[in-house]
Design a binder for this molecule. Structure first.
Ligand code: FAD
Length: 306
């Protein structure tokens, strides 16, 4: 049964091609709601027993080659509004690109949100991942979120509900973030603009941003795990990848970048399974050589080809 909704319903949507890795399978059904009422209606009609996956801009996700069963929901342009409320506050739809949120903030002379300028993907994904860079993360700027639960009921979420920690939030996977209010500080336009320019330059110098990639493959290990493994407590994930011979390591069309070895890239012909096998190989080496568990930061969703 196809839900009766106003938004876009696409069967066999080629999601892999849309992901930042540019590979992987299709979604059985992709729904892009027309507005929040439409989203609520879809959730009410979609059977609870059928799988439901929430997608953002797919900048942090590998779609496995066999694709995704059930329905996927992706907030598009209808949820991409960014409004400056005053000299401190911004309200944005969770389909808005992080770069657009940062650009609106800088234009309004609001500082503190410029870290978002270099984080690809949508505000919804940034909230779910507690995305961060250069010493700031979503947790530092979040005031509140409007969401919608699996039953289609709108809910208000305060930051404490999300229990945000390093690249992690703690609400059910099927909860959809719809819009959020963020707080910055009133600052001079030129100062904020200069910081954005610096962030862009640093990324360009140190990350393979022109490649098909998904950002950091592994989260930085915590100090306790590193200590247990007999490694320096401030070691970063990229340094672990380096130590296990990961820089430039290739499986099929997947490679750990030479430029930033915690970034995995699709060199052209990678399958999602090449990417996942490469990540697993690195994690196995870290476990074998140091007894250290490296945890994937990149989400892997969908089915393998059987
Ligand atoms: C070149 C590059 C550089 C990067 N640098 C950084 C960085 O510096 N810091 C950093 O933190 N990340 C970085 N990333 C990773 C990525 O940009 C972030 O994780 C981003 O927040 C992902 O957003 P997305 O919309 O693409 O999410 P997706 O990859 O689509 O999804 C990620 C998660 O968010 C959930 N989600 C998405 N939208 C919603 C919603 N509306 N409601 C509820 N859940 C939702 C999904 O279910 C999934 O669990 C980088 C990626 C790339 C490609």
């Amino acid at each position: 049964m196809k839900p009766n909704v106003r938004g876009e319903l696409i069967e066999g949507a080629p999601l892999g091609a849309q992901s930042w890795f540019r590979c992987g399978g299709s979604a059985d059904l992709l729904f892009k709601p027309a507005d929040i009422d439409d989203l609520s209606e879809f959730l009410k009609q979609w059977p609870v027993k059928k799988p439901l996956t929430i997608l953002g801009g797919l900048a942090n996700t590998i779609i496995r080659d066999g694709g995704i069963r059930g329905a996927c929901v992706q907030l598009g342009k209808a949820f991409a509004d960014v409004q400056v409320l005053d000299e401190h506050y911004i309200q944005a739809g969770c389909g808005a690109l992080n770069g657009n949120v940062a650009a609106s903030a800088v234009k309004a002379g609001i500082g503190g949100l410029e870290f978002l300028s270099g984080i690809p993907g949508s505000l919804g994904g940034a909230l779910r991942m507690n995305a961060g860079a250069y010493g700031s993360e979503m947790k530092d700027v979040l005031i509140g979120v409007n969401g919608i639960n699996r039953s289609g009921m709108p809910i208000r979420i305060v930051p404490e509900d999300l229990k945000m920690s390093y690249r992690h939030t703690e609400l059910p996977e099927e909860l959809i973030f719809v819009s959020a209010i963020l707080k910055g500080v009133a600052e001079d336009y030129d100062t904020v603009k200069a910081r954005i320019t610096e962030i862009k330059k640093q990324r360009n110098d140190t990350q393979p941003i022109k490649e098909s990639t998904g950002g950091s493959t592994f989260a930085n290990p915590n100090a306790k795990d590193l200590k247990r493994a007999g490694l320096p407590e401030d070691l970063r994930a990229w340094q672990v990848v380096e130590k296990v011979g990961g820089r430039g390591l290739t499986i099929g069309g997947a490679q750990m970048s030479e430029k930033h070895c915690n970034f995995m890239i699709n060199t052209g012909e990678a399958t999602a399974s090449d990417l996942e096998n490469l990540g697993n190989e690195i994690a196995n080496r870290a476990k074998h050589e140091f007894g250290l568990d490296l945890h994937w930061e990149i989400k892997r969703i969908g089915d393998d080809i059987s």
